[in-house]
Design a protein around this ligand. Structure first.
Ligand code: FDA
Length: 320
């Protein structure tokens, strides 16, 4: 039932009519505020400052995806450069180790041009390279978000090229894809930062596990591969069982909390647990999205939690 609701929301989220209804509904602002760190870079830097003050590390995401015009891709890349300068001016940037930084940015290659026809990959690579250079100049790093499965090969290819110049660039893999255990084996090397998440897109059974139990089992297999390897695993999940398994597996493989791996969660989800884990000696990184293009992001968060959808739908009917 939950799976059905999840895929229905993800399918409905592609309707322009639903987008208009949700974007214009007054209640959206309250729901958005819970998950999004504000509309502007200034708002996001303020939110990041609060998180850092609470002992957390941060990865900021300038919201937007599926860019269809060159000018839009250029704007997104500029927004990242402005953000990185702002984070530096605010005194928030600091390298924590050869691979890690207190604040970093997460980039969706589709937002910087990956889907712009035959030149898309080159445009996305050039923009990502500029963002990596801007990040390195201020002591930050970049992680390439994972999007739907049709982009996985292209994104991992661009990652490999970026790492030649910027080795700290982080990869993201999605446990729901059948291929991911193999990708983890390829990526679990010395100097390789790898974020492991469950995966947030609607994917067909030909490429992805459909039952949440199968996704969880795949997540555990991927934890084992990443923790046994020499890389720097970043376990991105709010699932308490998977966090506990990850911490236990890290210990079994001699990886030290606060140094050899990190835990990651989304802004607004289990905030008390984020702080508790940080106080317990873990590096906890909060994924902090900001910007006006919050629609796709919000729909994926609603799809993850039926309780949120019911709350949201009730508010739409009563206030919309
Ligand atoms: P699951 O959805 O099973 O949730 C476990 C528990 O967490 C729930 O029972 C609930 O308590 C809590 N919870 C989870 N979601 C909630 C919500 N929306 N509201 C309130 N409580 C909630 N995906 C992707 O495809 N590409 C990417 O690049 C990334 N990047 C990324 C970075 C980071 C730092 C995180 C944490 C996640 C991602 N994701 C992602 C999203 C990820 O794939 C996944 O969709 C969500 O993290 C939800 O999965 P969980 O592992 O939290 O488990």
């Amino acid at each position: 039932m939950e799976g059905l609701l999840r895929s229905s929301i993800l399918a409905a989220s592609r309707s322009k009519g639903v987008e208009k209804l949700v974007t214009n509904a007054p209640v959206s602002r309250d729901v958005v505020r819970r998950y999004v760190g504000g509309a502007t870079a200034t708002d996001a830097i303020d939110a990041a400052r609060t998180l850092v003050k609470d002992g957390l590390t941060v990865t900021l995401d300038h919201l937007g995806e599926d860019t269809t015009e060159r000018a839009q891709a250029d704007d997104v890349a500029n927004a990242y450069r402005t953000l990185l300068t702002g984070l530096d001016d605010a005194g928030l940037t600091e390298r924590l180790g050869p691979l890690t930084a207190r604040v970093e940015v997460s980039v969706k290659l589709s937002a910087v041009g990956q889907a712009l026809g035959a030149d898309g990959e080159k445009i996305a690579f050039d923009h990502a390279r500029d963002i990596c250079a801007a990040a390195e100049a201020v002591g930050a790093t970049v992680t390439l978000d994972a999007e739907d499965h049709t982009t996985t090969d292209s994104t991992l290819g661009i990652l490999t090229d970026l790492r030649e110049e910027f080795p700290a660039t982080g990869a993201v893999v999605q446990a729901y894809l059948h291929r991911t255990e193999g990708d983890c084996r390829d990526l679990a090397k010395s100097g390789s930062r790898v974020r492991l998440c469950k995966g947030a897109y609607k994917e067909p059974a030909s490429v992805a596990y459909q039952r949440s139990l199968d996704v969880d089992l795949s997540y555990v297999r991927c934890i084992n591969v990443l923790m046994a390897g020499d890389g720097y695993p970043m376990l991105a999940t709010h699932d308490p069982r998977l966090v506990a398994i990850g911490v236990e597996r890290a210990k079994a493989h001699g990886k030290q909390a606060g140094r050899d791996f990190e835990l990651q969660m989304l802004y607004g989800i289990r905030p008390n647990e984020q702080r508790r884990l940080a106080a317990d000696g873990h590096t906890v990184r909060v994924y902090l999205p900001y910007g006006a293009e919050w629609y796709g992001y919000l729909m994926r968060r609603l799809a993850e939690r039926p309780a949120n959808v019911l709350f949201f739908a009730r508010s739409l009917i009563s206030k919309g």
